[in-house]
Design a protein around this ligand. Structure first.
Ligand code: ADP
Length: 500
């Protein structure tokens, strides 16, 4: 069993600073104790023991170290309905509700408890800390003062006050823990003992703001410990005013942001690592697709020769099937090459005035030829159809949208292509009655390598067609988007500026 809080902490940690903080906490003139979220007392200081007139057993006593408690009207209340118990049960702080503590020797003391809940990093209630103010011996002003002092001294942030000349006038426990100076060493010294020489100018800027009544909020900087080592902190400095409203000094709160900075650095490092890996992957895709293109062109050439030879029907059928498969492979390789060109900013575009109706008709004809059995209607609802850009690239977009409309619909798909104009824009819509896309996935389908796996896991693809289409349309100063409902179908629409 532990004699006091310092011993308890010493048993839990071997850090000098934690030990130091525990010993300072133990000697605070204000009674403080803590409970875990089940109500068991986990720590208490000497002032609490003297207030209770007894020493509770850590991990055994519940809610409060008092022997007996009464409300201000003198009625006894059970310990499990004391203010600390209510704070732990309801998760809220209770402010200054007076109670009477009776010690085992029968003496009584009027106390105002200030129980405050504590939460872990996930926001779950981890326990509570209670400050007990003996109101028999303090005036109201002193009570407030004592409460403030206990808050300042139990804060994890360094809280320091100084005059306008920069002389330190108060120094809490966390300031000692953070910077290594005891109050005796710090009080009366100039604040510049904490400031690295190359940052002294910051103090002038801070004091100028304070003199003008302005607060300095969350200023991230570096300060020095007593041993000369640097500590990254986030600083908030506020003016201290006298009763006439005149600025007479400054109070500063310093938060140690070492772990935050380390996390930021780790994130930046991971980001660079992922970026480098991504670049390597892009480089590989570029090289692989480039290297695959040359033999594919030769294979295609030889197959064309074979198809013209006078061979038997079976051979002709196999050659024709092989040509179809080589075409598919050529499209995949050329899409991969386009992706790596887009990433390198090297995708080539021609620039010319052209009639989009013919580009759309070409794409529809090609798809009807390669996917017989699907029904594609083409409605042109405008007599304006001239756009500016690369007709082959726009055709490529159309081929991709039509291929997807067929791929992501049951067999014998019905597809409607419609061209309309709206002010200075042309709108092309490709509407299917297929599987559709969940609303939560709609924004992602235009990203590189993104596929909605749940649509139909057996449908193959690389997840780059829509990405390339978006890049092409945006290079033409247009937009592409989709309206879709799962089970009902999708409508892919792109707009392009009209040219006179
Ligand atoms: P791929 O078809 O090769 O997977 P795309 O980039 O063309 O790549 O399409 C990305 C994803 O968007 C597809 O994997 C599919 O999940 C979804 N998608 C595209 N077009 C349609 C469509 N018409 N209907 C339903 N889902 C579609």
């Amino acid at each position: 069993m532990f004699e006091n809080y310092s011993q308890y902490v010493a048993a839990q940690t071997d850090g000098d600073t934690d030990q130091l903080k525990a010993s300072l906490y133990d000697n605070l003139p204000v009674a403080i104790y803590t409970c875990d979220n089940s109500g068991y007392i986990t720590s208490f200081n000497k002032a609490a023991v003297s207030l209770w007139g007894r020493e509770p057993e850590i991990g055994k006593d519940l809610w409060c170290g008092s022997w007996k408690i009464f409300n201000s009207s003198g009625e006894q209340i059970s310990l499990d309905s004391c203010p600390m118990a209510r704070t732990l049960k309801e998760g809220v702080a209770i402010e200054g509700e007076a109670i009477i503590i009776e010690r085992p020797d029968g003496s009584r003391v009027n106390v105002r408890p200030y129980p405050t809940p504590t939460f872990d990093s996930n926001g779950n209630l981890s326990g509570a800390v209670n400050t007990l103010i003996n109101i028999d011996i303090v005036t109201e002003a002193e009570e407030k003062q004592a409460l403030l002092a206990s808050i300042v001294n139990t804060s994890d942030d360094a809280i320091i006050s100084k005059t306008l000349d920069g002389n330190i006038t108060s120094w809490n426990l966390s300031a000692q823990k953070m910077f290594g100076y005891t109050p005796e060493e710090a009080l009366g010294k100039h604040i510049s003992i904490l400031i690295p020489p190359d940052r002294l100018q910051e103090e002038t800027v801070i004091i100028t703001n304070i003199r003008n009544g302005r607060k300095v909020d969350h200023f991230e900087t570096i300060r020095l410990r007593k041993d000369g080592s640097e500590i990254p902190i986030s600083l908030t400095v506020s003016p201290v005013l006298d009763s006439t409203g005149k600025v007479i000094g400054a109070s500063k709160i310093a938060r140690d942001i070492t772990s935050q900075i380390q996390a930021q650095q780790e994130n930046a490092r991971l980001y660079e690592e992922i970026k480098a890996l991504n670049e390597k992957k892009d480089e590989f895709i570029g090289i692989a697709s480039h290297e695959l293109k040359t033999p594919l062109t030769s294979i295609n050439g030889y197959l064309q020769i074979l198809s013209r030879l006078n061979t038997d029907e079976v051979s002709k059928k196999f050659v024709s099937k092989t040509i179809q498969q080589v075409k598919r492979l050529t499209i995949l390789v050329s899409d991969m090459l386009d992706v790596s060109k887009i990433e390198a900013g090297k995708l080539q575009f021609s620039s010319e005035k052209f009639n989009i109706v013919s580009a759309l008709a070409n794409a529809i004809e090609l798809i009807e030829h390669t996917h017989p059995g699907n029904n594609i209607s083409f409605n042109v609802n405008s007599n304006r159809s001239t756009v500016y850009g690369d007709p082959h690239r726009v055709e490529q977009v159309m081929i991709n949208l039509l291929t997807n409309a067929i791929k992501y619909s049951p067999a014998q798909a019905q597809i409607e292509v419609t061209l309309t104009t709206n002010n200075d824009e042309i709108h092309v819509s490709v509407k299917d009655k297929g599987y559709g896309i969940e609303a939560s996935k709609v924004n992602q389908i235009f990203s590189r390598f993104y596929r909605v796996e749940s649509t139909n896991p057996t449908i193959s693809g690389l997840g780059i067609g829509l990405y390339i289409s978006k890049q092409i349309i945006e290079r033409h100063n247009g937009k592409i988007w989709v309206e879709s409902e799962p089970g009902k179908g999708s409508n892919f629409i792109f707009s392009l500026p009209l040219k006179n």
